[in-house]
Design a protein around this ligand. Structure first.
Ligand code: SF4
Length: 75
């Protein structure tokens, strides 16, 4: 599995901190209590994918770093 381009949708993130707990080297909470990507390769791709899939607001958007194809959330 390749690496991902990782984004957080600040408009929908609820600040639940799940992602920063599950993939703590990739996501951190900022001063406003919203998740930010600190290192898109901070954790292994499976961990990042699992964090994205566990986001209750589908606020973590993953694109395949090589192809640019959107891989999460699924449409
Ligand atoms: S898991 Fe989703 S809603 Fe929760 S802090 Fe992370 S991006 Fe925001």
């Amino acid at each position: 599995m390749g690496t991902y381009k990782v984004k957080v949708d600040r408009d929908t993130c609820t600040g639940c901190e799940l992602c920063s707990t599950e993939a703590e080297k990739t996501f951190e909470m900022d001063d406003e209590g919203i998740a930010v990507v600190v290192n898109p390769e901070g954790d292994d791709p499976d961990t990042i994918r699992a964090a994205a899939e566990s986001c209750p607001a589908d606020s973590i958007i993953l694109h395949d770093a090589e192809t640019g194809e959107k891989v999460w959330p699924e449409d």
